[in-house]
Design a protein around this ligand. Structure first.
Ligand code: NAP
Length: 251
């Protein structure tokens, strides 16, 4: 009997695969049988992900998603794919009164503009096969909850939620499904790279007790959700926000 959760025979593109959640997704997709194409800027970290992939036929495309010509190059270099996970993202902290154009454009560009334009090109060029699955890694922040200092980040994730619903409706005609995953806190490099005044350790300590399941998330927690949304097991699911947050949004 075939396993509906298997990704055997599927080719899946994963952005942000050089680190954190994207790396976890790439690794789990390969373990479930997919050929994986991984995208990021950092060559060494991409290679580390690549070295952890199971099976054969995977590929690396090193690219900066902040640049339109790089998005176009990715699509040109791609084979036909059956799934795409948009995990590349950045976090910038700013109180509302200190938001400036540069900060807002930077975060919108990576978290919202790039994945939307990449999706559009994948559809336009038919690189995305019929009955494909597109997964956006959004957040609970801006969609379900709010944190002080995260207004610009929340704006990018809210934009993705809106896009997911309309795109899901439109692309349903070709059997393509569009969903998002909304994770709670997963300690990754994003926390170290952001301009938050808290250290990663302080954040983990503060947040830990607010998670009913008594732990923070791991990249694998999110990856298992992505595998489900990419697989035929979720073939009647489109347009949803899949919250994976250890119960955080319950309280
Ligand atoms: P991470 O470990 O910092 O990974 C971010 C990834 O994005 C890296 O692979 C990075 O690759 C890539 N990236 C950033 N800018 C890029 C650019 N200009 N071009 C190409 N790739 C770029 O962070 P993470 O925690 O895994 O975050 C992944 C996603 O999950 C993000 O969308 C984030 O908003 C979302 N999320 C995270 C959490 C959490 O608590 N960690 C919670 C909710 C949602 P390079 O450095 O190689 O370019």
């Amino acid at each position: 009997m075939s396993n509906p959760y298997s990704l055997e025979g599927k080719t899946v593109l994963v952005t942000g695969a050089s680190s954190g959640i994207g790396r976890g997704i790439a690794v789990e997709c390969s373990r479930m049988g997919a050929k994986v194409i991984i995208i990021g800027r950092n060559e060494q970290r991409l290679q580390e992900t690549y070295d952890n992939l199971s099976g054969e036929g995977h590929a690396i495309i090193q690219a900066d998603l902040a640049k339109q010509e790089e998005i176009e190059r990715i699509v040109t270099e791609l084979p036909e794919i059956n799934g795409c996970v948009h995990s590349a993202g950045i976090l910038k902290i700013s109180s509302v009164k200190f938001i400036n154009r540069e900060l807002l454009e930077d975060i919108l560009n990576i978290n919202a503009v790039a994945p939307i334009l990449l999706t559009s090109l994948l559809v336009k060029t038919k690189k995305l096969q019929k009955r494909s699955s597109i997964v956006f890694i959004s957040s609970i922040s801006g969609v379900c909850v709010a944190n002080i200092g995260e207004a610009p980040y929340s704006a990018t994730k809210g934009a993705i939620s809106g896009f997911v619903k309309s795109a899901a409706l439109e692309l349903a005609a070709q059997g393509t499904r569009v969903n998002s995953i909304n994770p709670g806190l997963v300690p990754t490099r994003i926390l170290e790279l952001s301009n938050t005044v808290f250290s990663k350790e302080q954040l983990e300590e503060t947040m830990y007790g607010r998670y009913p399941l008594k732990r923070l998330g791991t990249p694998e927690d999110i990856a298992y959700g992505a595998v489900y949304l990419l697989s035929d097991a979720s073939s009647w699911i489109t347009g949803i926000n899949l919250i994976i947050d250890g119960g955080y949004t319950l309280v």
